[in-house]
Design a protein around this ligand. Sequence first.
Ligand code: SF4
Length: 647
Amino acid sequence: MDILDSPVKTWETYFPYEPRPVQVGIINTIVKQLETKTHMVLEAANGAGKTIAALAATLPYAKRNGLKIIYLARTHTQIDRVLQELQEVSKSVNVTGIAMRGRESFCLNPLVLKYAKNNHAVHIMCSQLKTAKKCVYYTNMNDEAKLLPVLANLSSRPATAEYIFDLSQAAEICPAETARKLLQDVDVIACSYLYLFDSGIRPSFLDQIDCDLQDIIVIIDEAHNLPEMVNNIASDNISSFSFSAAIREARTNDRYDFISFMDSCVEYLTRQNKKLPLHKENSLDPAFLLEELELSCNEDLDDEFFAEMIDLGEAIRFRLAKQGKEPRSSLGRIGEFFFKFYDSIGKKDYSHSLKKQKFSDSRDTFVTLNLNSLDPSKVIYPVLRDVSVSISMSGTIGNPDAYQMLTGINNLKSMANLFPSPYDKSNIQSFVVKELTTMYNRRSPMMWTNIVKAIAALASETPKNMGVFTPSYSILRQLIEHGLEREIDKPLIVAKEGMSSSENDKLVEKFKSLSQKGGAILCSVLGGRSSEGADFPGELMQSVAVVGIPYAPPSVKSDAQIKYLDSKFPGSGRLLAYQIPAINRASQAAGRPVRGLNDRAFILLLDFRFGTSSVLNLLPQWIQHSIDKVPNDPQKISKLAKKFFSR
Ligand code: SF4
């Protein structure tokens, strides 16, 4: 019997390679815990092959039980990697899947693409064009001669986003609508976290795939990102400079109640701008603020009032779209912010603050009103509780108990599984440099000079490319001012504050290309695009210096989050809100050169605190496995690096 038709399929059927021992361990764990519907948290090193292991382990169970696999990942590259693995699987067994993208990446209409950076504008323009039957790619969807061959092709094999786009473009049909038509029938959908964890997107997504949460197995890749990302979705802010355009919109629409409310806001924010020192952030009581504004504008400021602002904003956007203009509304944005702000009154899992800031290109200042979500489990737990089962995977989960607490999985039947490092100790070596630190009270010209010398010692022995990551741009500037460029005879590729994503991509490409020309040093910040989103296997980054631990500076949000989580998990607030996010960022940067089992990397952790037990225990297994301490002696560092790279 052909393997494609075999009735009993096990993970081996879906595993297209020779499995490594660590993959067999991951698969056996998943297979066992699926049967008992246990939510899983898995930490295994980057390059261990978690993606294919998780797919091979879940596919037989999903098919047997009529479940759909939703594989959530952070970047487009990670999403497409899932489909590339599925394509390998599909060579020996029937399996289907698609990679999803937002409409802005799956649209062909130039009228809409002009606004690709504004998701909401894309949706409004698109629905306007569809209703008016003015998008040819949408109307072509009714032409079976164009549509059916594309659907037949895409349903026969796992399809990356690029493949869906190219095939649809060639047939002159809409890629977004084509992908939608496939959602119900495929075995695996790979998409961003937003599809399940943004309450504005989830209902229509579930509707499109025609599933309830209970019909889904969710795999969360790079799961250490999830709590912070969910908090960011639920947070919001509004700036004092947004009000003038909103007041003009209200005037055009004769809404004097809105004008009166926004005049009161402007008056209040102007007063705060005069009163607050630059960069100063003050916490505020939302009920007290709304009461003050209510007295000043003489309007009832409640959910109904703000919902009306949202409705008018939406009407303005649709009107603009009809006129072929960008569908945006400041009035709608302000309504959306205050609707959430009003809704958060009395909720302990939100913090509220005012902060004075300065425009980067002028001396003018402005004030922002901030609403910050403090408890990601409020969003994550109800989703994971209702799915059939979940698998959270990461190379840097660090402390699985903390992840379980932050997501609320600790309230479900769940299990943490840490897999030992599969790396040979001679391939990955990590050293903590004693005496050096970026601790605020230990910063001095001497400290910066010593850090520069340690980095230069490693750079001199690194054959090709090296990465240097600091907790902030100001620390990076200090290192440059204290001779980083002078001490190193390779070109420095330095990230700039406020760079756009495409500027950063260009910088990274330049850095990568220099690996073929004697090497270069990429200097960037921890938690930035280069230290988390980019991969540098092989010669693209052979060593990395992590300078300091990127603890968040004190802020209303971080103080409130520590307090809130401490009340929920006594004694753990600081660990959950402050320590773990910082150490995860450092671990992410340390792992940039390590993307496959054959990669080699020399990792220098330039802060003695990495060697203390409270930090050491939060580092991922693959770093703990190979860590040692070294004195602050550039010669000693050079010697260790020389020995490492001579092997
Ligand atoms: S229907 Fe498709 S191609 Fe047309 S505007 Fe919408 S997303 Fe773009």
